[in-house]
Design a protein around this ligand. Structure first.
Ligand code: DGY
Length: 331
C-alpha cells in the first residue's frame, strides 16, 4: 500500500519501540516519542486529518475536541478506565472508542494488595524512618500496624479487578464483604467467598476498604466526611481506581486526627499533582498511578490497544469496542 493510501494515526505518548514499529508497518504514524506534554489545543491541532488515535488515560477527549476533528474514526486508549473520554460525544460524532480490559486485571489486583498491606503495616512509613537513621534498637511497641490476615476486607466495585482481589483474600483467611452497583451472581459470590452488603455496612464493618470501581460524575467524592466517619478508627482505605472517588481533604483530616488508621493511594484527584496535605501525612502510602505497571502487562495493554486500532480502521469490530452503536450505524 502506498503511503498516501495508508490511514493516518496519532500516538499521543511515548511507546515501547516494538509497538511503534508495529504501528508504522501499517499506518502513517505521527508519534510523540519525546513524550512532550500537549495541551488540549495542541492535541486537537495534531488530530486534524488523522483517522485514528492511540491515547492514554491522561489525554482528555471531550465534546469540544471531537467537534474539531470530523475525520477521526477511532480513539483507542491504553487503559481500562475511560472516564477521560466523552463516550456520548464520540458516539454522536461517529468515533469508535476502545479500552484495554482483562489484560491488566491480575497486575492491578497485586498492586492493590501491596498498597493495602503497606498501609496496614506501615511499610513505606517505617522505611522512610529507617532511611532517615532513626532506628536505634528494636522495641516491642515499634510500628504496630493492623493485621490483614483473618480481618474483614471490604471491596467497593466487584468487577474483574475486585474479584481478583477477593480471590487473593482467601490466602489470608479474610472475611470478604463487597458493595457493587449490581450484585454479582450467587455462584460467583460463592466461588469468591464474598458477601454483598449495603454501602454503610461495608464502611462500618471492614477493617480494610479498597476502591476498585470506575469513576463517573455520579460517584465523584463517593468517599467523603460522612463515609469516613462510618469507618473504624483502626481501618485502612486503599484506592487503585480514580482519585476523584475520594474527597482528599476529608481523608487528610480523618488521617491527621486519628479517625482512620491509614490509607494507600495509587490515584489522585489532580494527578500528577498530589495534595500537599496528603504529602504531609505519614500514615498514607503513596504510589504514582502504577496499578498496571509491570512490563508484561503494559506490553499486553499496548498490543491490545493496537489490535483495537487496526480493527477499527479496517472497518471490523475492535475486540474492546465501547460504543458499538457507531459500527451499527455505519453498516
Ligand atoms: C487504567 O488502565 O485505567 C489505568 O488506571 C491506567 O490509566
Amino acid at each position: 500500500m502506498s503511503s498516501s493510501e495508508r490511514k493516518r494515526v496519532l500516538v499521543t505518548r511515548a511507546l515501547f519501540p516494538e509497538h511503534l514499529a508495529r504501528l508504522a508497518g501499517r499506518f502513517e504514524v505521527e508519534a510523540n516519542q519525546e513524550d512532550l506534554a500537549w495541551d488540549a489545543q495542541e492535541l486537537a491541532r495534531r488530530l486534524v486529518g488523522k483517522d485514528g488515535a492511540l491515547i492514554t488515560g491522561g489525554d482528555r477527549i471531550d465534546r469540544g475536541l471531537i467537534a474539531q476533528v470530523p475525520g477521526l474514526g477511532a480513539v483507542c486508549s491504553i487503559s481500562v478506565g475511560y472516564n477521560h473520554v466523552d463516550l456520548a460525544a464520540c458516539t454522536a460524532g461517529g468515533v469508535m472508542v476502545t479500552n484495554t480490559p482483562d489484560v491488566l486485571t491480575e497486575t492491578t489486583a497485586d498492586l492493590g494488595w501491596a498498597l493495602m498491606m503497606a498501609a496496614a503495616r506501615h511499610v513505606t512509613q517505617s522505611e522512610r524512618w529507617l532511611r532517615a537513621g532513626h532506628w536505634q534498637r528494636w522495641a516491642l511497641d515499634q510500628w504496630l500496624g493492623q493485621d490483614v490476615h483473618h480481618s474483614t476486607l471490604g471491596i467497593i466495585g466487584m468487577g474483574r479487578i475486585g474479584q481478583a482481589i477477593a480471590r487473593r483474600a482467601r490466602g489470608f483467611s479474610m472475611r470478604v464483604i463487597y458493595h457493587n452497583r449490581t450484585r454479582v451472581a450467587p455462584e460467583a459470590e460463592r466461588a469468591l467467598g464474598a458477601t454483598y452488603v449495603e454501602r454503610q455496612t461495608l464502611f462500618a464493618t471492614a477493617d480494610h476498604v479498597i476502591l476498585v470501581l470506575p469513576y463517573s460524575a455520579e460517584n465523584h467524592h463517593m468517599v467523603g466526611a460522612r463515609e469516613l466517619a462510618w469507618m473504624q478508627p483502626h481501618a485502612t482505605l486503599t484506592n487503585i481506581a480514580r482519585g476523584g472517588l475520594i474527597d482528599e481533604h476529608a481523608l487528610s483530616e480523618a488521617l491527621a486526627q486519628g479517625r482512620l488508621g491509614a490509607a494507600g493511594l495509587d490515584v489522585f484527584e489532580g494527578e500528577p499533582r498530589v495534595a500537599p496535605e496528603l504529602l504531609a501525612l505519614s500514615n498514607v502510602a503513596l504510589t504514582p498511578h502504577i496499578g498496571s505497571a509491570s512490563r508484561a502487562t503494559r506490553n499486553a495493554m499496548a498490543n491490545l490497544a493496537i489490535d483495537n486500532l487496526c480493527a477499527a480502521l479496517s472497518g471490523t469490530r475492535p475486540p474492546c469496542l465501547l460504543n458499538p452503536e457507531v459500527l451499527e450505524r455505519r453498516a
